[in-house]
Design a protein around this ligand. Structure first.
Ligand code: SF4
Ligand code: SF4
Length: 159
């Protein structure tokens, strides 16, 4: 982590950025991803790794971030605006998997089959592996909600 003064406390090395984009692109190239227009699963307690949160907020100014996280979204994800994800290209692993889990979403059970479960497992392994290379030691092998990451990494570290 760089100097603790603003959201730039979280930086992603360019090599790690390329790797997370490759993982996400491979996931997006599979069938059965969520439709962009659907947001039923975009609730406010989705969990992600450190590296996913760092990538998710990439390019968002400190002021914008503060506004996003101070808004009362009524249990909806803060990135959901007018029914669309404003961080769609950077959305974390779980958001690319809503349709692959039978216990989440509302798309019908036909969406999940053995191949997709394998894809879930492999892509999660890739994300976890990358996270554990990049994240500070205390943030390895864990997931937190975006509100928790905001609180730990940004809000509580303000000068
Ligand atoms: S980051 Fe985007 S896709 Fe994921 S829950 Fe939030 S609005 Fe939905
Ligand atoms: S899993 Fe289904 S219901 Fe949930 S956001 Fe994706 S498309 Fe919509």
């Amino acid at each position: 982590m760089a100097a603790i003064s603003n959201i730039m406390i979280i930086t992603i090395p360019s090599e790690a950025k390329k790797r997370i984009e490759k993982i996400y692109n491979e996931m997006d190239s599979k069938e059965k991803l969520c439709l962009h227009e659907c947001s039923k699963c975009c609730i406010d307690n989705i969990e992600m790794t450190y590296i996913e949160f760092a990538y998710l907020i990439k390019g968002i100014s400190e002021e914008e971030l503060r506004d996003l996280f101070s808004e009362d979204r009524k249990n909806r994800c803060i990135f959901l605006k007018d029914g669309r994800c404003i961080a769609y290209e950077r959305r974390p692993w779980i958001c690319r998997n809503f349709r692959r889990f039978p216990e989440t979403g509302n798309c019908g059970s036909e969406r999940v089959h053995e191949g997709e479960i394998t894809d879930n497992f492999l892509s999660e392994m890739d994300i976890t592996g990358l996270n554990n290379e990049i994240a500070p030691k205390k943030f390895r092998n864990m997931k937190k909600t975006m509100n928790s990451w905001y609180s730990i990494l940004i809000k509580n570290n303000k000068c």
